[in-house]
Design a protein around this ligand. Sequence first.
Ligand code: NAP
Length: 376
Amino acid sequence: MLTACTPNRKETRSCFDTDVEIVFFDRKMEKNFLIYGANGYTGELITRFAVERGMKPILAGRNKAAIEELAEKHGLEHRVFSLDDTPKLDAALQEVEMVLHCAGPFSLTSKPMVEACLRNKKHYTDITGEISVFEACAAKDKKAQDAGIMIMPGVGFDVVPSDCLAKHLKDRLPTATHLSLAFYGMGRISHGTQATMTMNVGRGGAIRKDGKITPVPSAWKTREIDFGEVTKTGVTIPWGDVSTAFYSTGIPNIEVFTVAPKNALKAMKMSRYLGWLFATGPFQKYLQGKIPPGGPSDGERAKGKTLLWGKATDAEGNSVESRLTTPEGYTITAIAALNIAQKILDGNFTQGYQTPAKAYGADLVLEIEGVQRTDV
Ligand SMILES: NC(=O)c1ccc[n+]([C@@H]2O[C@H](COP(=O)([O-])OP(=O)(O)OC[C@H]3O[C@@H](n4cnc5c(N)ncnc54)[C@H](OP(=O)(O)O)[C@@H]3O)[C@@H](O)[C@H]2O)c1
């Protein structure tokens, strides 16, 4: 735990004929959190936003030079360890209340951190968007409840706004049986996002059908989506909500669409046939090596924004539609992740596996400046 001392009372006492003022301090234990993968593009952004809020997270990661430099820049404590160094991982978690895991692809990094959180009884959050990670976390629900901790993956752009939209639609139409969600991100994507997408290329698509996550071909369906200010062609993608919206709403049929440029749509369709090739080691190494580091600049983030749309329908043919406008994807990721971290540090959490909207409600996203929700 990070400790902070607050002056409590002052007394004046006489010492060798001199009056001495003694200040007494309360040693107040302040709850703190660990950012693992803090030197990545998103980890750094979250660190910067956290410091601007007056939070003092402990920074961690496996890259000694990068973590030391970042910690020094912001005047924060740091720990350096890889995720297979269990003693150091446990020691770092013992110092904090929760972790905000920012080192992805999470299908490669989440498991050891979740296990460590269960062992050390510390809350787990991350910024994943990977269905397999959400499902692996959901399977730890009972263990998390027994440990008295909350496990909440997906506290970034994926899935906070879309999860809140899904919950809002379900609140508007409690009989809903089908849910479609879509997002149109206007902005550049980061190294880690591209790395994660590249790793999953060739694995096909996924929807939720009758409550079960069901594989479908890549770019399985397209449809026109009216985002309010623009209408765009959306294409199905295996986005995190295919997993999470089911836990948040109980709606058994879920599809998620995004807007892909024509070339990307072609490549997605081609991956149906060449996916096996894209997934091979040498091809992956080649593709991963081509990804530029970093992500959108502050200026690009400031100009970017994201539009979301959702529709819920029921067996009687009733339907509701709503839209969200949010800040740019990485900006909202950092803000949403820190809003949730603050809630947990304040003791506002629900034990077990949770999704953002299940734990905090559909209006969680409205706490973020610049977010607007419209019912169509
Ligand atoms: N849900 C969302 O909306 C959302 C938003 C933003 C990002 N993301 C996801 O977050 C992840 C990070 O994105 P980014 O752009 O910030 O990535 P990035 O700039 O490439 O940084 C990745 C970070 O993860 C660390 N890392 C990677 N593999 C690791 C491993 N096996 N063990 C320990 N540390 C490891 C890296 O450490 P080294 O420097 O030592 O390699 C680095 O600190 C990606 O999976 C991305 O898809 C999701």
